[in-house]
Design a protein around this ligand. Sequence first.
Ligand SMILES: N[C@@H](CCC(=O)NCCCC(=O)O)C(=O)O
Length: 209
Amino acid sequence: MPALGASTDFETLLALADGVMLTGSPSNVHASLYGQEVLDLSLPQDAARDATTLPFIRAALKRGIPLLAICRGFQEVNVALGGTLHQAVHNVAGMADHRERKDQSLEQQYAASHRVRLEPGGQLARILGGASDIMVNSLHGQGIAQLAPSLVAEARADDGLVEAYRVANASSFALAVQWHPEWRLAENPDSVRLFKAFGEACHNYKNQR
Ligand SMILES: N[C@@H](CCC(=O)NCCCC(=O)O)C(=O)O
């Protein structure tokens, strides 16, 4: 979907969709969208994407379209619903460095690098067959500071950072993860389970509308 901002015909696009997946990106959600100044002006921004995805997310959730959000997408949904971000997680006392090492190969950057603990009895834990924790990759400098009121944490890193959440009271699948399950998807059983659950929700949505 092109980043056309306010000129996007959101309702026409959503009428065509059986599901929405929001991807990652090197760019950051603009800090002004959660009431802050940008602290590091050298980092990439994407105002056109912000102006497109934030209203799109709200419209998609209102319609009850299944939603899976990844990395920047995970951060976008939080901001779209009123949450805030840490602009540099690694500069927050007690937090780990969640960034990839740019001097490494893509295979190394996207390799699993830390554990996340799943919320017992949560939706993600159920999807992942009752697992208590899984290993995930990590390619982000920003992260959730304040979770939006309508979101419920589903997984956290050992430093406490929210790594997955669901949208409470969503009428369909609405999950977001800070890591990249799309990387070498077929080789990772946890990622296969997650995408299968999303795919099933998309099929159900399509068959019911
Ligand atoms: N820039 C944000 C978001 C991080 C993110 O989405 N990384 C993925 C980059 C690779 C890709 O394009 O999928 C941050 O640093 O937190």
